[in-house]
Design a protein around this ligand. Structure first.
Ligand SMILES: Cc1ncc(COP(=O)(O)O)c(C=O)c1O
Length: 442
């Protein structure tokens, strides 16, 4: 009998025993090819000896020191590396333990910035439908996945509103160009800011490439440039959530690099610690930090494990491994190969409507009918069935339901390790194909 309160209260998952490269073994010795890094977390393999050594070394020196007394060399060095990765455009780094906490921190930081500058009424948050920013109450309020929010309705923050995502596959009008669609979607932000009153809006929060709730949907060209411009004109902070799509996942270290803009606040997690440690971070512009420094002198926030030295030392080693082995470039290169393999295999599949993504962040949207894009009946839970069938094939994938509106639609998300080999990519395509055939024979 398990005493763990598992995700499902009706079953106990398999026990993971050990990992090697892109493979996880269960207690019985069965191997599973990890084609999703858990939830786009693991990315440098499950057995990187440099990271293990860094964890041991930091633990041997000092496991923990509270940040109200001390900083640590590991936190300082990691913050410097992160700042440099943005060419010091986001030079201040606030560490957290995970993505939800980091999104929560970003929302409070935006709020604090306006307060410090004498605009305390700027409390309204605008985000997008079909986004996910975490499960803590603030982050969940900002998130636009109606299914996840539904049962917590009474606990959601009141001053949040949502606009549509930039989701060309389903949102574009007949004959509309990607650029025109992107502009139309960005214009929704301006309309919403005007509706709320610019003087009341704190920030716009969005995933640069939408992950778990939409299945790897990047915005159309020009969308984020327009969003940046709208935010600037109205004094609204742009918060980009790259918890899932960041840290190399999309083929550049930061996903925003491919949009030609820089956010005011950037949220990262998952790939930062690559699964070796739980760690998130919020990076912000100097002027945001200065507003606190020149105002009250403090960001009224903080958690016990902020800037944990062991987590920071591990993440520093992860980032050094990624840089030394050119793994961001590998993510771009292997991602192209993966998409080509998937297009070869599923490009004309009657139940795969769209294959999309960037780098090693790839989504496949399932449809009952390719021509009409009609989704499967949600009751069928196609995505969950394919996950199960894939596990039976020894393949780990990250599926999602409610792709269209939080209720209807299914997708499969693939996020292999950046060290994934060509033959592993072939195996992913073959095993996924078997799993799909098992659930949806055609
Ligand atoms: C985009 C995004 N933001 C925030 C989160 C929340 O992160 P965590 O689960 O580490 O709290 C997630 C988790 O999947 C995510 O994908």
């Amino acid at each position: 009998m398990s005493h763990v309160f598992h995700r499902s209260t009706r079953s106990v998952p398999l026990t993971a025993s050990h990992g090697s490269g892109s493979v996880i073994f269960d207690k019985s010795g069965r191997a599973y090819l990890d084609a999703c890094g858990g939830a786009a977390v693991s990315c440098i393999g499950h057995d990187d000896t440099d990271v293990m050594a860094a964890i041991a070394e930091q633990t041997g020196k000092l496991a923990y020191a509270h940040t109200s007394f001390f900083t640590s060399e590991a936190a300082e060095e990691l913050a410097t590396v992160l700042s440099a990765s943005t060419f010091h455009q986001l030079p201040k780094v606030y560490f957290t333990c995970d993505g939800s906490e980091a999104c929560e921190t970003a929302l409070k930081m935006a709020h604090g910035y306006h307060r410090e500058r004498g605009e305390p009424q700027r409390t309204h948050i605008i985000a997008r439908r079909q986004s996910y920013h975490g499960n803590t109450l603030g982050a969940l309020s900002a998130g636009g996945n109606m299914w996840r929010r539904a049962i917590y309705g009474a606990l959601m923050l009141p001053s949040v509103s949502h606009i549509d995502p930039c989701y060309f596959y389903r949102g574009a009008k007949q004959g509309e160009s990607p650029e025109a669609y992107g502009w139309r979607m960005a214009a929704q932000l301006e309309a919403e800011i005007v509706r709320i009153g610019p003087e009341n809006v704190s920030c716009f929060m969005a995933e640069t490439v939408v992950g778990a709730t939409l299945g790897c949907v990047a915005a159309e060209v020009g969308y984020f440039k327009a969003i940046r411009d709208i935010c600037d004109r109205h004094g609204v902070l742009l918060v980009l959530d790259e918890v899932m799509c960041g840290m190399g996942r999309t083929g550049t270290l930061h996903a925003f690099e491919q949009e030609g803009i820089v956010p005011d606040i950037l949220v990262v997690a998952k790939g930062l610690g690559a699964g070796y440690v739980p760690l998130g971070a919020v990076l912000c512009r100097q002027q945001i930090f200065d507003s606190f420094r020149d105002g009250s002198g403090a960001f009224v926030h903080g958690h016990t494990f902020v800037g944990h030295p062991v987590a920071c030392a591990a993440a520093l080693a992860v980032q050094k491994t990624i840089a030394a082995k050119n793994l961001v470039q590998a993510s771009a290169r292997q991602g192209d190969k993966l998409r080509n393999l998937l297009v070869e295999r599923f490009g004309q599949h009657p139940h795969i409507g769209d294959i999309r993504g960037r780098g090693l962040f790839v989504g496949l949207e399932l449809v009952e009918d390719r021509a009409t894009k009609k989704p499967f009946d949600a009751v069928l839970q196609r995505h969950a069935a394919i996950k199960q069938a894939a596990m039976e094939q020894g393949l780990l994938i990250y599926p999602g339901g409610g792709t269209i509106d939080g209720r209807q639609g299914d997708h499969i998300l693939l996020a292999p390790h950046y060290i994934v080999t060509d033959s592993e990519l072939e195996s992913i395509a073959v095993l996924l194909s078997r799993a799909i055939d098992a659930v949806m024979p055609c």
